[in-house]
Design a binder for this molecule. Structure first.
Ligand code: AMP
Length: 456
């Protein structure tokens, strides 16, 4: 039987050309993370489902990829005589799958912190660049496997961390040449608005609806709230500030909240951040920003591209008690995430890679294969180049020269070297620079000097 080669929905292959571009993005993010004092960690692709479940809201739970247990995974179900009916589905699932693929990098990080708490010096600034998986419906900018690049500071309540993360965001996007706005809000403000308008018991439904404002528009959000029995007064307050500047929004909310409610509503934190990060021109206070994830308790961030229609390129926020569920309460953290797939897609759409001098293929030189004695000699020269850490290769068989050169050209190899019988006799090799087409002769020693100088 022939199997049609295909990928699971929402996943992709990356060829060398794409990887060069992706690695360019990873490189910039990693360098900035390191520059700001973050240290790398990695965690396994799979976690116990008990670690993941219940952390991402009801919607998130549904999007977890669960891994079927090994061996006779139905044994427990049979032994407990559980019938396969709709109402037993949760129970059955928990018996047949104990592990799942990680959904983000934050929850695994919280688990890591608790497990390694005695070895960690707090505040702990870690970064993590790894793929995550979500069983989302694939569409533009939404994949089922995608990389996140996270930076978090855990064990510090200082708002200076928030300010730092804003500058980190700004630096990365500036270096990538991407125009974005960095929006921020505070969950405490949303809680205070809900309290003041008597919808506190429906806070989750309120923030979930608000989160869709950008996507579906005001009317749809109002409809969703009304049908959930939530009055739209808090939403009206948010909408009233829509076209105000950050400072005008502050003034508006100063009037709206009585003094004692004002500070409790996170407004002091918002003002502090605006002041500390005032040099960041991309920053914007956005009271309508809600963020879907359950665990945020203070500042929340989201980065959006300004020139292209696309979901957020990054997001994050402060969580006061993520480690609590794993037995280490009271450790506050704040972090941000970069969504590399969307950053890549936007850069591709804006043709930004064309403006960037991407490092060419890493192979510097290729020996043309003339077969026989010449092949043997060229193979020895090749070893000499490699001994000096010069990335080089020899075409594996004596094909037509045109074909060999075309191969080198396609691969972005800078030089091809002719070491045929003539050259071996004269002790002079012919070196051709493929980009310019120029050719000259040199001794094997001069070749090493040329390639060494060229690769520095
Ligand atoms: P979140 O963990 O949901 O806060 O997402 C953080 C970032 O990851 C977002 O800003 C996106 O850039 C990216 N992201 C989230 N979901 C997806 C997805 N399904 N496909 C690609 N990127 C995503």
């Amino acid at each position: 039987m022939k199997i049609k080669p295909a990928l699971p929905k929402g996943t992709r292959d990356f060829g060398p050309e794409e990887l060069r571009k992706r690695n360019y993005i990873f490189g910039i993010i990693r360098n900035v993370f390191e520059k700001y004092g973050f240290q790398p960690i990695e965690t396994p692709a799979m976690e116990n489902l008990s670690t993941l479940e219940g952390k991402y809201g009801e919607e998130g739970d549904k999007l977890l990829f669960r891994i079927l247990n090994n061996g006779d995974f139905l044994k427990e179900v049979r032994e407990q005589k559980i019938e396969l009916r709709e109402e037993n589905l949760k129970q059955v699932t928990s018996l047949i799958a104990e592990k799942g693929l990680r959904y983000d990098l934050t929850i695994p990080f919280a688990r890591y912190v608790v497990q390694h708490q005695h070895a960690i010096t707090f505040p702990f600034k870690r970064y993590q660049i790894q793929p995550v998986w979500r069983a989302d419906r694939p569409q533009k900018g939404r994949y089922r496997e995608f990389y996140q690049c996270d930076a978090d500071v855990i064990g510090s309540t200082s708002l200076l961390n928030e300010a730092e993360l804003i500058f980190l965001y700004e630096e990365v996007f500036t270096k990538l040449g991407l125009d974005v706005k960095i929006q921020f809000n505070n969950r405490k403000l949303l809680v205070a608005l809900a309290e003041k308008n008597g919808i506190c018991d429906k806070l989750m439904a309120f923030t979930t609806a608000l989160d869709k404002l950008d996507k579906v528009g005001e009317e749809k959000v109002k409809e969703e709230l009304t049908s959930a029995g939530i009055n739209t007064k808090a939403l009206e307050v948010i909408l009233a500030m829509k076209s105000l500047s950050s400072d005008e929004k502050i003034a508006y909310l100063e009037k709206y909240f009585p003094k004692e409610e004002y500070s409790r509503s996170g407004m002091n934190e918002i003002q502090y951040i605006l002041k500390q990060a005032s040099a960041c021109k991309k920053l914007e206070f956005a009271p309508a920003l809600a963020r879907g994830l359950d665990y945020y308790t203070g500042t929340i961030f989201e980065v959006k591209p300004t020139q292209v229609q696309m979901g957020s390129l990054g997001g994050g926020g402060r969580y006061d008690n993520l480690t609590g569920v794993f037995g280490l309460p009271g450790v506050s953290g704040v972090g941000i995430s970069f969504g590399v797939e969307r950053i890549y897609d936007v850069m591709q759409e804006l043709q930004l890679f064309e403006r960037i001098n991407l490092p060419a293929g890493s192979v510097r030189a290729m020996f043309i294969n003339f077969g026989g004695e010449a092949e043997k000699q060229a193979f020895q020269y090749l070893q000499q180049l490699r001994a000096r850490d010069i990335a080089s290769e020899i075409y594996p068989s004596a094909e037509k020269i045109k074909k060999q050169i075309a191969y080198a050209d396609k691969k972005g190899i800078a030089y091809v070297i002719f070491a045929g019988e003539e050259e071996l006799k004269s002790g002079q090799l012919q070196v051709k620079e493929l980009k310019s087409g120029t050719q000259h002769s040199c001794t094997p020693e001069e070749l090493i000097t040329l390639l060494t100088a060229d690769s520095q």
